[in-house]
Design a protein around this ligand. Structure first.
Ligand SMILES: NC(=O)c1ccc[n+]([C@@H]2O[C@H](COP(=O)([O-])OP(=O)(O)OC[C@H]3O[C@@H](n4cnc5c(N)ncnc54)[C@H](OP(=O)(O)O)[C@@H]3O)[C@@H](O)[C@H]2O)c1
Length: 283
């Protein structure tokens, strides 16, 4: 591994996935979107993470097409929203997503949040979509241990990835270990804690000592933890900075200091409540 474009992990189904990617949540202005994804592509990002809910799949499809990016050189993730769960709606909406993305397949399809109303039939649709070649890998997002254990009671194949909130304030050690033990890759969303942890004294101090930004220290912590991660930024200089974490390392002691700032503090919703409400409850 020498840089961002050369750093892959192997999923349980044998497919390779870049460990670091680019998240596009909340980038809804088309020109801002195109500028950000262009910068990310030029800086070596090869994984792009979108979702039906973000309403920007069509922008991603268009800019990757305009950039003439070879399909096999990129890894595309999208997610089925709660409103599109259920067997038929999942299949139908997935095909709509592919049209918006201007692609024949995605690399990874995720259930965005677990919901009690369509828990097993959505997954059955995922297994069928994979068998049809419309997605190379299938996974979940925001699943806790119990959701994964429950899914295992009926799944023909298990998710190869669980995309969950992980940041220094929400380090999720038990779930990371559970995922590891069950051959499920963990991918961190809001890996920077949406910037709310930058002023944490422990992180600020390590950043100062290493002449790096707090964002770079946090992303390096994810990298060394073996977690996949997908920071978002609309600023080209930050996009470049976030990719520039392959030329330094954190010591064991610094890793432990980073672990010590955990507060089990979420920036967004509680997965169990989304499961019970059957939708992303007002927040
Ligand atoms: N599965 C899910 O339920 C779920 C939920 C949330 C997010 N996600 C995915 O995870 C991705 C990342 O999460 P996120 O966007 O919520 O949060 P994040 O990546 O932790 O943080 C993004 C914020 O940090 C700022 N930032 C980024 N790099 C910076 C740097 N080097 N210096 C200073 N500030 C910096 C960005 O500002 P600027 O843009 O202004 O630079 C933005 O405000 C999303 O885009 C999405 O793809 C998934």
């Amino acid at each position: 591994m020498t840089d961002i474009s050369d750093n892959f992990i192997t999923l349980a189904d044998g497919n390779k996935m870049p460990q670091q990617g680019f998240g596009v949540y909340k980038i809804t202005d088309q020109s801002e979107f195109e500028q950000a994804v262009t910068a990310a592509w030029q800086q070596g990002y090869r994984l792009f993470d979108t979702a039906q809910m973000y309403e920007n799949e069509q922008y991603l499809g268009k800019i990757l097409h305009d950039l003439q990016v070879p399909r096999e050189q990129i890894f595309i993730t999208t997610k089925i929203s709660e409103a599109n769960q259920g067997y038929d709606a999942t299949i139908r909406s997935m095909k709509e997503s592919l049209k918006k993305l201007q692609m024949d397949y995605v690399d990874l399809l995720l259930i965005h949040w677990p919901i009690n109303t369509h828990f097993f039939d959505t997954w059955r649709a995922f297994e069928d979509l994979k068998a049809q070649g419309l997605t190379k890998s299938i996974g979940v997002s925001n699943y806790g241990m119990v959701h994964l254990q429950y899914l295992a009671t009926q799944a023909r194949e298990m998710p190869v990835l669980n995309q969950i909130e992980v940041s220094p304030y929400m380090s999720q050690k038990p779930l990371l270990q559970f995922d590891r033990e069950n051959n499920i890759a963990t991918q961190a969303w809001s890996p920077l804690g949406r910037g709310k942890v930058f002023n944490e004294p422990v992180i600020a101090k390590i950043a100062e000592q290493k002449h790096r930004s707090a964002a770079q220290i946090i992303l390096r912590w994810h990298l060394q933890n073996g977690v996949a991660f997908i920071p978002k930024s609309t600023h080209p200089e930050r996009i470049a900075q976030n990719a520039s974490i392959y030329d330094f390392s954190l010591t064991d002691e610094e890793m432990q200091l980073m672990d010590s700032v955990n507060k089990n503090h979420r920036v967004s919703k509680e997965p169990e409540l989304v499961y019970e409400f059957g939708e992303q409850y007002p927040y």
